[in-house]
Structure formats: C-alpha cells, structure tokens
Design a protein around this ligand. Structure first.
Ligand SMILES: Cc1ncc(COP(=O)(O)O)c(C=O)c1O
Length: 395
C-alpha cells in the first residue's frame, strides 16, 4: 500500500491518551478504580433538557437542519452572549457545531496556514496543540505562572513576531482551573488589536466560576478578530450530546461553517432544540451543579494541601485542580502511572499539557465527595512511601 498522509503523523495519542486507555483497561480487569482523570460532569443532563429532546424526536425533528444551526438556537445564543458578554452578535456571526471542539478545529483550519506562529499558553488543553501541529503551525508557548497560573503580558508581547497570526486563550482554564484577571483579559485584547492578531478565546467553562467573574477578551464584539468558543457540554452536563457554538467575524464564521458542513453537515435537530431548552428553560439544575462543584473543590484542595510536600492552589473555575508534586522528585507521568497501577486512582500527568505542567497532576473533582476523599487518601498513602527531594517545579 502507498503511505498514509504525513499530516496525520502528529495525531498519534499522547501520554494523556495512554493513561486514559490504561485506566479503562484496568477497569475491565479489576474493580474499585477511582476516576479523577475525566473531564466531564458526573451529573446527569437536567430532566427538562432530556424531555425536550424526546419531544422533538417524537415530533419528527430528525432531518438535516441549516448548516450553521437552527435560527431558534442562534437567537437564544445571541441573547445569552448579549447578557453575559455585553454585545449582541448578528446571526451570521454564530455557528452551531458538534461540540465546542468543532469551533476549535474549524477556526484553526480557517485562519492558520503552514508556518504561521500561534501563541498558546503552557500548560494548555492538548487538542489545541494537536490541531495546530496538523495544520503546520509553529506553536509558541507562553507560560502560566504563580498561584493563579496567569500569563505575563510582557512575555506574550516579547513572543510576537511578523509571523504571529493568533493567540489562543482559555479561561477558566483546563488544566489549571484558573480564571484570567480583568487586567490580563484587557491586555491580551489590546495586544491582539495592536498587532492585528486573531484571538481564539475558549470560554467553555465560563459558567463554572466559584469566585470572581468571567471577562471575555473579545472586546471587538467578535466583529473583526475574535472568535469566542463556548458550548453546552460542561455547564449543562451535555458532553455526549455534542453541542457547541462559535461567535466570530462573519467571513470567518462563514468559512468555518463550510468546513463543518462538509465534514458533518449539521448538528442533529433534536440536540439543537435541547440547547434552546438548556438556555431558556429553568436554570436550577445547572446552578445546583455549580454549588456541588464548589463544595467538592473546597474538599479536594483542603485534603491535598494536608499532604506534606503537596502544593495545591485554589482554582476559581472549571472542575480541575493542578497540584504541584515536584517536591517528590518524580516525573508527573511516572507518578500518574504508579498511582494508577499501584493505588487504582486515575489522574492525568501535568506534562501532557505542556512543559510547565511537569511535576503536576491534573485531578478532576467532577466526582463524588466520597471518591474525592478516597482518591486523595490513596495518593497520600502512596506518597508516604516516597521521600521528598526538596525540588520545587512551579515558577
Ligand atoms: C478547554 C476545553 N475546550 C473545549 C473542550 C471541548 O468541549 P466539547 O466537549 O463541547 O467539544 C473541552 C473539553 O474538555 C475543554 O476542556
């Protein structure tokens, strides 16, 4: 056979995939695994949303829809953006996609060419890096530092060259759980404006904030340079429904729509109607989930910090903690592998998210309080047998 496309060489799984697959394999072989590696709410999708989808299925909403989304959903997305971000996008600025990942993929495909430089935080959500590699971009990482895993505007500015085309930001952040401060948000928006750069702002966790507020860097109203990524997966426990949306400049959205249209045609009609219900129906369930996550966050941070040598900053958003274990002198992949094999607790290695993540683990607290207690106890047990080496990783 002739060779496969070399463009796809970069798509082979990273260490995150290895750990996830091994956890699944162990699950089949043994029982009692505590899963803290998963990036999805453990709650069910609220009943009213499920009922709406069932109703629409029964009413025959099982056919193709307009490629960029049904007008009813675009209308409620425009309402939501106006209410939460302070500007109202035109319907031509909105694209409904199969999960928020559809926005990630199609915006990068639309804007980035081989050799373009793209600034992405380190650590970052790995699919950004994979898609950027796939299109031949040069990834220029900017570190997230300190208690709030925050970028330095000076460092970002220093990394901009004539080849820079885009900055990717993600707040609240996966894997750190950090929320970008208002001055940083404004600063990044200004840098993009001054240097004529596109801005891809991943705001998928914006309704999962426990302290402070969410600010969008899309200060141009997504009219010229900003693409806002958001969706239903995290805030409404709808990960399996595959429903997300992007807001951006009309020409960018048009091309993103053509990419998604050629790939998947449209998002299923009954799923889009479930999205209308999610935004317009009662919000009590969604609010309960946020309260539940906050309680779990407080527990996991307290319990992790009670282990000598572990430093776990309190994240303000999302449902991840990113504690520093570097004083134990182990590579984060080795630590995650040992916890998995020896203690049956599944976590992700910080190094899967970038060089700055080395020494950390990403733990998801989208799991029960009981699992959090149990999982942290197992980690504590394991670390009791590992002497602290006194090295510290986070700068
Ligand atoms: C930062 C970030 N962006 C986007 C996504 C993708 O969201 P969706 O499941 O809606 O495609 C995720 C999912 O984990 C995420 O963590």
């Amino acid at each position: 056979m002739k060779e496969l496309s070399h463009r796809t060489d970069c798509l082979t799984g990273d260490t995150m995939v290895i750990l996830r697959n091994r956890a699944k394999e162990l699950d089949r072989m043994t029982s009692g695994m505590i899963h803290m590696e998963v990036g999805e709410p453990d709650f069910d999708t609220p009943v009213n949303i499920r009922e709406k989808a069932k109703e629409m299925l029964d009413r025959g909403y099982t056919h193709y829809t307009p490629q960029t989304g049904i007008p009813e959903l675009k209308e409620v997305i425009a309402d939501y953006i106006e209410e939460s971000r302070g500007f109202r996008p035109d319907e031509k600025q909105i694209l409904v996609t199969s999960g928020a990942k559809g926005v990630m993929f199609s915006s990068i495909m639309t804007i980035i060419e081989q050799g373009d430089e793209v600034l992405v935080s380190d650590p970052a959500y790995p699919p950004y890096l994979t898609i950027l590699r796939y299109v031949g971009a040069k990834i220029v990482p900017f570190p997230l530092r300190g208690e709030n895993f925050s970028p330095s505007l000076e460092e970002i500015n220093e990394k901009i060259t004539s080849k820079t085309k885009m900055i990717v930001v993600n707040s609240p952040n996966n894997p750190c759980g950090s929320v970008l401060e208002k001055d940083k948000v404004k600063g990044i928006a200004q840098i993009c404006e001054d240097s004529g750069l596109y801005l891809l702002s991943d705001e998928i966790y914006c309704r999962l904030i426990y302290e402070g507020e969410h600010y969008t860097p899309c200060s141009d109203g997504c009219d010229e340079r900003s693409i806002l990524l958001d969706g239903f997966s995290k805030a409404y426990a709808m990960t399996g429904w595959r429903l997300g949306f992007g807001v951006g400049p009309k020409e960018v959205i048009k091309r993103m729509g053509l990419i998604m249209g050629n790939a998947v045609t449209c998002v299923p009609a009954f799923t889009q109607w479930a999205g209308v219900e999610a935004f317009k129906g009662p919000q009590d369930e969604a609010k309960k989930m946020v309260a539940g996550f906050k309680e779990r966050r407080n527990l996991i941070v307290k319990r992790l910090n009670s282990i000598g040598g572990v430093d776990c900053p309190t994240p303000k958003g999302a449902f991840y903690v990113f504690p520093d274990f570097s004083s134990f002198g182990m590579k984060s992949f080795d630590l995650a592998s040992k916890l998995l094999e020896e203690k049956k607790v599944a976590t992700l290695a910080g190094s899967s998210f970038g060089e700055q993540g080395e020494g950390h683990l990403r733990l998801s607290y989208a799991t029960s309080m009981e699992n959090i207690e149990g999982g942290v106890n197992r980690i504590k047990d394991f670390l009791a047998g590992v002497p602290e080496s006194g090295q510290r990783g986070r700068t």
